[in-house]
Design a protein around this ligand. Structure first.
Ligand code: KG4
Ligand code: ZN
Length: 339
């Protein structure tokens, strides 16, 4: 099966073509970073309008690159949620209309299922069951993955997502948007011995997270100091160290609790080098195996949507023909994918 994948849930327009036997043929991304930069964060209305302008040319571009004609496609997968309603509607309307005009099935994919399955796009991919640590701008979750589509939420953030905490830290340090890569870059120059930030909720049992206290601590530290470039770097270092350590403490607990031998990390914050290095050390220490997508597949992309959609469409699923979107949508509401 030849599947077109479309991603428009937030500030990246993504398109990809995935073949169920040959794998990923092509993927392309249009980032809206420049558009939102001057506002210090994503402006939902501008995001939706930009998706309208960029999506069709992007789809034409990926199809051209692999010389696939629309009529050769067997199905279309688009992100149906969670995400920004207006942005999601663009992908859903385009995906469904195109599928209707070609008389092929279309399917609305859960964005976090896309992230969760993205390590399957790599040569080294995990076997089911496994543990997933999902870390993005909107979610921080530990998920027990029994099989594709069968997800049990073990813990999640009770307030800010870890990516959101990176973004807010970058903003208050004057580093700009998007925050994650900027904080990570600033932290490289940081002095590890100057500040030590709290690891929220790690002294309590359970697998839930909370990042708002860390954010407040960061804010108070920033307010109490003159923000020279060295102090910015030192705060960025302490914040990143605390955020990564918090994820690690809970990941260790979840691995011990589930006994899973394999685990994956996915979502935008999964591109963070410190997190990748420390998770590998944790895996080695516990004699487990960690899998991550390449950094460009950690952040939003069309490839993961094409892959998740291809799995579901091969199982002959197709969504309700209305182009409904689900800005809030739990992974646990999904159905297992039939083999
Ligand atoms: O998965 P993603 O692209 O979009 C959502 O589904 O939210 O994740 C975006 C988040 C942003 O908060 C961004 O700051 C963060 O991922 N991020 C990073 C890094 N690259 C992106 N956080 C830390 N370090 C990075 N290198
Ligand atoms: Zn995402």
């Amino acid at each position: 099966m030849l599947i077109l994948g479309i991603e428009t849930s937030c500030d990246d327009t993504g398109a990809a073509v995935f073949h169920t036997q040959q794998g990923l043929l092509v993927h392309k991304l249009h980032s809206q970073v420049e558009l939102h930069q001057r506002y210090g964060g994503v402006v939902p209305e501008l995001a939706a309008r930009d998706h309208i302008q960029k999506l069709l040319p992007l789809i034409n571009d990926v199809l051209d690159r692999v010389q696939v004609k629309p009529k050769q496609l067997d199905g279309i997968a688009y992100t149906a949620g969670p995400g920004l309603a207006g942005a999601l509607l663009v992908g859903a309307a385009v995906g469904r209309s195109l599928a209707f005009s070609l008389s092929i099935p279309a399917i609305g994919v859960h964005h976090m299922e896309g992230h969760l399955l993205s390590p399957m796009l790599e040569d080294q991919s995990p076997d089911f069951p496994f543990l997933a640590l999902l870390v993005s701008g909107g979610h921080t979750q530990l998920v027990d993955v029994q099989q594709p589509g069968q997800y049990q939420l073990l813990g999640e953030s009770l307030d800010d997502a870890v990516g959101e905490a990176f973004d807010k830290t970058a903003k208050l340090l004057g580093l700009g948007y998007p925050g994650g890569p900027k904080v990570a870059a600033a932290a490289k120059m940081g002095n590890p011995n100057r500040f030590h930030f709290p690891r929220p909720m790690t002294d309590r049992p359970g697998l839930d997270f909370s990042f708002s206290g860390l954010k407040t601590h960061t804010l108070e530290t920033a307010r109490a100091h003159d923000l020279t470039s060295q102090t910015v770097a030192d705060i960025a270092w302490a914040f990143q160290d605390a955020a990564v350590d918090t994820l690690l403490i809970k990941a260790r607990r979840a691995l011990e609790q589930t006994g899973h031998h394999e685990f994956v990390v996915a979502g935008g914050v999964g591109a963070n080098q410190l997190l990748r290095v420390r998770l590998k050390e944790l895996a080695d220490e516990l004699d487990r195996e960690v899998f991550y997508p390449r950094p460009e597949f950690c952040t939003d992309n069309g490839a993961m949507i094409a892959y998740a959609g291809a799995l579901r469409l091969s199982a002959e699923e197709s969504a309700d023909p209305r182009f409904a979107v689900h800005p809030r949508w739990s992974l646990e509401d999904l159905n297992p994918i039939a083999k």
